[in-house]
Design a protein around this ligand. Sequence first.
Ligand code: SAH
Length: 360
Amino acid sequence: MGMPIYRFCPSLKMINFFGTTEAHLNELFTSWGEKPYRVHQVFNWVYNYRVRDFDAMTNLSKALRSKLKETFHFGLPRVVETSPSYDGSVKYLLQLDDGARVEAVWMPAGPRKTLCISTQAGCRMACSFCQTATLGLQRNLSTAEILGQYLAVLDDQEEGITNIVVMGMGEPLDNYGPVVDALRLMVSPQALRLSTRRVTLSTSGLVDKIDRLAGEGLHVNLAISLNATDNTVRDRIMPINRKYPIETLLDSLKNFPLKANRRLTFEYVLLEGINDTDSDALRLARLLRGLACKVNLIPFNAFGTSVYRPPGEDRILAFQNILISRNYSVFIRKNRGSDILGACGQLAAQTTASPLQYFN
Ligand code: SAH
């Protein structure tokens, strides 16, 4: 449909430039006998001037340009559908080269424009309250497919993107290498140039990978989906807890390196009658004591087959007040985009429109 052909059939031997880190390109350029500053020139064309044609990179030699052309292509996920919400957010249904589909959600809030991106098609964590879990794991996304969600949405969004949250479909730390490379490109001064304060990775709590992330020197924000205060409940709603129980998770987080004035975020999905009592709030306050953190309460977002319900407003506020009275910063997360199934835990990459619309 008038799309550049490379999006659909890149030569198998070609590398997607958007998955290439500075370290990768440095290595390649060294092997080609090119000077290291050439790496910066190429990155500058691609990420600063948004040029996606090596022939236009006029400060490079013709020989280098043609080598680059033989090696790389610029492939982005294809926007299949955009669903605008009454609250201003927009859900993007994106199709990858092999037909796999993922979702990204763009959420404006004053000057802040946050994009929530996916790291896997589906997910294998099997959390009982999450719609993505119902898909199982289809596959991991590549670095280019993770970064490409940002680039594809940016091409479409005049208002831009100021923040990225890695909180969409999938468990980011279950796709560790590609996710870390994508994070490096996001915060690199040569690539997306986002401040590390504006990038947040959310995990269900894969402790071995959190420990590894601690050693990467990345300093992006870390959010942890805690969602329960005792192991019996957490085992049931988040099976990953059987491998890494609450105490193990919190021990690891106590050693996670935080820059000055930075805090961890704990996400807590409120499920009526499951994890929303005063005793839960008190236990949560006790568990988090001594950690530099804030708490995001997320009232459960319902979806087709879910058995859970969100607590009433009084219960939510009572839960919040117990934590506030113990000096925690606690926010109730608005259900952005819930009318378009774009809210937390509602991403399942379903098409809502009739396929006929594409032939009109
Ligand atoms: N796998 C990662 C990121 C994806 S889930 C993680 O677990 O953090 C993003 C957030 O949405 C998590 O905090 C999760 O607990 C929450 N969530 C999942 N399903 C939800 C639902 N139905 N309602 C509200 N929040 C939900």
